[in-house]
Design a protein around this ligand. Structure first.
Ligand code: DX5
Ligand code: ZN
Length: 257
């Protein structure tokens, strides 16, 4: 998308700044009170609710039951699945930004679509062979496709997915190793964000892991506009203040684009 800026004698094309989306990570919420936690975050000013779906599976990419446990698991944790998303959907209209940390994301497209997920972000590391089919499926179920990459994965791996005729609409740059909240932000990942922003001025670029008041400026100036924040929001005495601070930083950085 481009907007025209008319001067007295010229019409210039300017890139449209991307919008800030602040997404508290519900992984840091009280799971026993998910509906009220979601409502609280929306009232505090959240744009999206980030839902970390981690599944401890007994089959690997080859779908053989009983593969080496380490190889078969995407992350060493287990969180929520489609039934919980479906329950939460009954209590909120919020955009549910689902981050799939599972070995076979294609297995969850149908059930998450039916459950009312809004965004479906899968990891590139486990989707090398079927991302085209996956993106098509995600869109056909009315969800917005995104691709995530772990800290060790080169940024070039996501280019084909962004440049495809049927592209993903967001890239999630992991700024910690996926699996748990409350870890330390990895500043080196900002090189990936900068590279992406230079290449794709209008792409939604999400960062996830260790974001908060002390790291947001670095992420925002690198070009990130979708900000996931778990412990820094839920652990704050004034979560609304943190959400607003994250938004201000993104908006300020976008103005200078
Ligand atoms: C980690 C998850 C994150 C996590 C972020 O695997 O993808 O969404 O909740 O938590 P904080 O913001 O506490 O690092
Ligand atoms: Zn996440």
């Amino acid at each position: 998308m481009e907007s025209s800026v008319s001067g007295s004698s010229e019409v210039r094309k300017m890139p449209t700044a991307v919008e800030a989306k602040i997404a508290p990570s519900m992984l840091s919420s009280d799971f026993a009170n998910l509906a009220s936690e979601a409502e609280r975050m929306v009232n505090f000013g959240a744009d999206w609710l980030h839902m970390d779906i981690m599944y401890y599976t007994l089959h690997g990419p080859d779908r053989l039951i009983g593969v080496n446990l380490q190889d078969g698991h995407f992350v060493p944790n287990l969180t929520i699945g489609a039934p919980v998303i479906a329950s939460l959907r009954k209590h909120t209209k919020a955009y549910l930004d689902c981050h799939l940390m599972v070995t076979n994301p294609v297995d969850y497209v149908d059930q998450l679509g039916k459950a009312g997920a809004s965004g479906f972000t899968f990891h590139v590391e486990v989707s090398k062979d079927n991302w085209q089919e996956l993106v098509k499926e995600i869109k056909s179920k009315g969800m917005r496709p995104g691709v995530a990459l772990k800290p060790g994965t080169p940024i070039e791996d996501v280019y084909p997915l962004v440049e495809s005729e049927n592209p993903v609409e967001m890239v999630l740059v992991m700024t910690v190793e996926p699996g748990f909240g409350g870890q330390k932000f990895i500043p080196d990942m900002m090189n990936k964000v900068r590279t992406l922003r230079e290449k794709y001025p209008e792409l939604d670029i999400e960062v996830d892991g260790g974001l908060g008041p002390s790291t947001i400026d670095e992420a925002a100036t690198a070009g990130a506009n979708c900000i996931v924040a778990g412990s820094s929001v839920f652990g704050a005495p004034d979560p609304a203040h943190v959400i607003s601070l994250l938004r201000t930083s993104v908006n300020k950085a976008q103005k200078t684009v």
